[in-house]
Design a protein around this ligand. Structure first.
Ligand code: FES
Ligand SMILES: [Fe+2]
Length: 340
């Protein structure tokens, strides 16, 4: 079952134009587009007339015209015109979904209840473009949502699965600390790698050489949003007591985890950094690097799903590195129980 009363990432901002796209989210087919006023719209991707996908229709002004016989819908999903008659059947409306555009991502609310605006993550790292530069992308994984949660909550896999790019030996050997905020359904995983070699990308872009302190602090806001706070600093210089940290370099790595079906999940990602701001070459480099990293995860999770489908019962042996993933599973389980 899906946890519906939450915000999920539905699309990259760059994907929504006046040419509609179709995306299955939480099991439902959704048509998304941008009307000529610039507003982003999500409605059920199913024409009530004969079931043709509305995403194959055409945006005309602020409306979407079905590509089969021309039923026409406004951005609230209300049918405003049918061909050949004045009267519009009352059952011809389709469901619309609240969307919020925020920097690189567009969020959707698919719950039956009213959207909880307070629960929407506020991502200043997307919107404060003077101080932060962001790049973003998306991949679809043919594996269940839970596998992606496991993958992101345990970064020790970087050392092995991503050993050609972001993985260094310390990621797997440094102990983690895990905290669970049960009231707010947040899992935090701290991994502080002190006095370790500076990865080449960071030495090239920050000017730091030799040994550095490299922190990876995860915050997983179950079910659909994940932030990794990467901090690169000279050895032995933590943030100041007032929280300021101007002597360090920061990269925020965001993931939107959005189930498509019970066995497929969208992996929306974004990287935002406070160094080399506005540098297009660094943007290009990061897009290429992260696309490769995500593809390595996609390939691994696709294989897990295929293997799991072929055996009657999946058994697991959990160890210390799994503490974050296990905490996330407990939080998700309690959310499912509370939603029932
Ligand atoms: S199926 Fe859409 S108008 Fe007929
Ligand atoms: Fe990974």
């Amino acid at each position: 079952m899906f946890l519906r009363d939450h915000w999920y990432v539905a699309a990259l901002t760059s994907e929504l134009t006046t040419k509609p796209i179709s995306r299955q989210l939480l099991g439902e087919h959704v048509a998304m587009y941008r009307n000529v006023s610039g507003q982003v719209v999500a409605i059920a991707d199913h024409c009530p007339h004969r079931g043709y996908p509305l995403s194959l229709g055409t945006v005309v002004g602020d409306n979407l015209v079905c590509g089969y016989h021309g039923f026409t819908f406004d951005c609230t999903g209300t049918c405003v015109a049918v061909p050949g008659q004045e009267r519009i059947p009352s059952r011809a409306d389709v469901r619309s979904y609240p969307l919020v555009e925020q920097g690189a991502w567009v969020w959707i609310w698919m719950g039956k209840s009213a959207p909880d605006m307070d629960a929407l993550p506020k991502l200043k790292w997307f919107t404060e473009t003077n101080n932060w530069s962001a790049v973003a992308g998306v991949a679809k994984i043919d594996a269940q949502f839970e596998y992606l949660v496991d993958n992101l909550l345990d970064l020790s896999h970087e050392t092995f699965l991503h050993n050609g790019s972001i993985g260094t030996p310390e990621v797997a050997t440094t102990p983690i600390e895990v905290e669970t905020d049960e009231e707010n359904n947040v899992v935090r995983v701290y991994r502080h790698m002190n006095s370790v070699d500076c990865p080449p990308f960071y030495s090239r872009t920050t000017g730091l050489e030799g040994k550095i302190d490299r922190w990876q602090d995860i915050e997983y806001f179950a079910p659909g949003f994940y932030m990794l706070h990467a901090r690169i600093a000279p050895v032995g210089q933590p943030p100041l007591p007032d929280g300021s940290d101007d002597h360090a370099f920061h990269m925020k790595i965001f993931y939107g985890l959005t189930p498509a079906t019970e066995t497929q999940v969208y992996d929306f990602w974004a990287l935002s950094r406070d160094f080399c701001v506005g540098d297009g070459e660094i943007d290009e480099f990061l897009i290429k690097m992260q696309t490769n990293v995500v593809q390595e995860d996609v390939d691994a999770l696709n294989i897990l799903q295929i293997r799991a489908a072929g055996i009657p019962e999946v058994t697991e042996v959990s160890v210390k590195i799994d503490k974050g993933g296990l905490a996330a599973r407990r939080v998700l389980q309690s959310m499912v129980e509370a939603a029932n």
